[in-house]
Design a protein around this ligand. Structure first.
Ligand code: SDX
Length: 435
């Protein structure tokens, strides 16, 4: 599906005119490379004394960005212009990190240098291991991630001066490199096994698998099919425009907070079941459904507003067509299950049948609710040996490049200033304290 290119010669639409009572105001319209134009309303309050009102920011652009583009109606996702399915097929996660960070795919020399830099930052300060012992063994690993990643700023003072481009880049490299180590340590701590150090001879996904599943008592052989699948899963989750957690990172960064604290805030936001927590929630939902014959009961619940139940892994704020990542995720899911001899996984049967029934049901068709990336990722990750509680942690590992690339773009954007939305006040008018 080609993304409709704006014809270069098409002049942007004229200024937007707002008639408001007797008053008329004009606001400039800006066009991007592709996608919707924007009306620059930064002077709206000054001109009209009014705010816009847009809960959830359904019609609000908070920045100009060069990193990722989504066409929700066409089901298109581009990282620096490259379609996600082509990157998933032809690239690898570390090269995709370079692309998202620097804007171009790396040459061989650039990739070798970038990989060496990342590899040299994969260990964490040995004293950071003590943070883990402060948590209960059954603490949710996302709670551990929020705490330990936030604590990075207590160890790496030499890369918290956000005004220094060199320090900004070191902080970004450190987070890309250390997130898998921190995540794997959270998993090992939860199962009472010793931490496994990163290995510099392995690629990013293989290293993460060995830090999670190796034990000191015997050699660990990485399954190349699982490593390739995990690398592709990381690519699919790397960035996604101004989603809730990325917007959180940008807002935190707009105050000048250090990058480690900003990413910790992003992790906290990603944890929500409406966002990154949906992969964990989707698998729990499939397990609750349990068998194909119970699907109609859950479809009915999802259509009944009073139930408060939603089909987890379905629907998206932007995609009103199939999530292009979900297609690649489904293919990866089948590859992993086949490689592990689990193609008869009962949950996969429930997922495939649920998708088929939902996509024929008028409720889901009318509301344009399609499976999103979280629908198949849970089945895949569970088959790979990860517990459900680690699913969103893996999402956070992958999204770290998106968060940090967007944070860096925000810091370097001359238009950016501290984010400070206004409100529609509906509370009590001024009143005096009772004598
Ligand atoms: C991610 O933003 C991103 O880019 C996020 C993400 C990324 O990579 O960063 O893509 C990752 O978060 C994917 C989404 C994962 N979340 C889930 O799968 C949770 C289940 N989905 C929903 O909660 C919901 O679809 C959202 C949160 C994803 C989108 O919410 P919106 O855009 O605010 O849509 P909405 O809540 O206004 O729903 C529109 C209508 C409503 O019905 P009406 O009030 O119009 O009658 O659709 C219904 C909703 O009730 N609806 C669902 C539904 N999702 C929406 N009904 C049943 N099941 C669902 N899953």
């Amino acid at each position: 599906m080609t993304v409709q290119e704006k014809s270069v010669t098409a002049a942007p639409r004229g200024p937007a005119e707002l008639k408001f009572g007797e008053q008329s105001s004009q606001f400039p319209v800006r066009s991007g490379t592709i996608g919707p134009d924007v009306m620059d309303i930064s002077k709206l309050y000054k001109d009209t004394g009014c705010f816009t009102y847009d809960p959830g920011f359904t019609s609000t652009a908070n920045c100009a960005s060069r990193i990722t583009y989504i066409d929700g109606d066409e089901g298109v996702l581009l990282y620096r212009g490259y379609p996600i399915d082509q990157l998933a097929e032809n690239s690898d996660f570390l090269a995709t990190c370079y692309l998202l960070l620097h804007g171009e795919l790396p040459t061989n020399e650039q990739f070798v240098a970038f990989r060496k830099t990342i590899v040299n930052h994969t260990m964490v300060h040995e004293q950071m291991t003590r943070f883990y012992t402060g948590f209960r063994r059954d603490a949710h690993p996302m709670a551990v991630m929020v705490g330990v990643v936030g604590a990075l700023s207590a160890f790496y003072h030499d890369s918290t001066d956000i005004s220094d481009p060199g320090q900004r880049m070191i902080a970004v490299h450190r987070m890309i490199a250390k997130m898998p180590t921190i995540a794997a340590m959270a998993y090992k701590y939860s199962i009472g096994q010793p931490f496994i150090y990163p290995r510099n001879d392995l690629d990013y996904a293989s290293n993460f698998l060995q830090m999670c599943f190796a034990v000191p008592c015997e050699p660990y052989i990485v399954n190349p099919v699982l490593a390739r699948a995990l690398d592709r899963i990381f690519i699919l989750h790397a960035d996604h425009e101004q989603n809730a957690s990325t917007s959180t990172v940008r807002l935190a960064g707009s105050s000048g907070a250090n990058p480690f604290a900003c990413v910790a805030a992003g992790i906290a936001c990603l944890w929500g079941p409406a966002h990154g927590g949906a992969n964990e929630a989707a698998l729990n939902m499939l397990e609750e459904i349990g068998s194909v014959d119970r699907i109609p009961e859950f479809i009915a619940k999802a259509k009944d507003k009073s139930s408060g139940f939603r089909l987890m892994g379905f629907g998206h704020r932007v995609y009103k067509n199939y999530d292009p990542r979900a297609k690649v995720m489904q293919k990866t899911c089948h590859e992993v299950l086949d490689a592990l001899g689990l193609h008869n996984d009962p949950l996969l049967k429930v997922a495939i049948e649920l998708e088929k029934i939902a996509l024929q049901d008028p409720y889901f068709v009318e509301k344009k609710l399609y499976p999103n990336i979280d629908f198949y990722s849970g089945i895949t990750l569970r088959a790979m040996g990860f517990p459900t509680s680690m699913f969103t942690v893996l999402f956070a590992v992958a999204r770290t490049i998106g968060w940090t690339a967007q944070w860096k773009e925000m810091i370097e954007d001359p238009e950016q200033r501290i984010g400070r939305p206004r409100q529609l006040y509906i509370g009590p008018a001024r009143r005096d304290f009772p004598k």
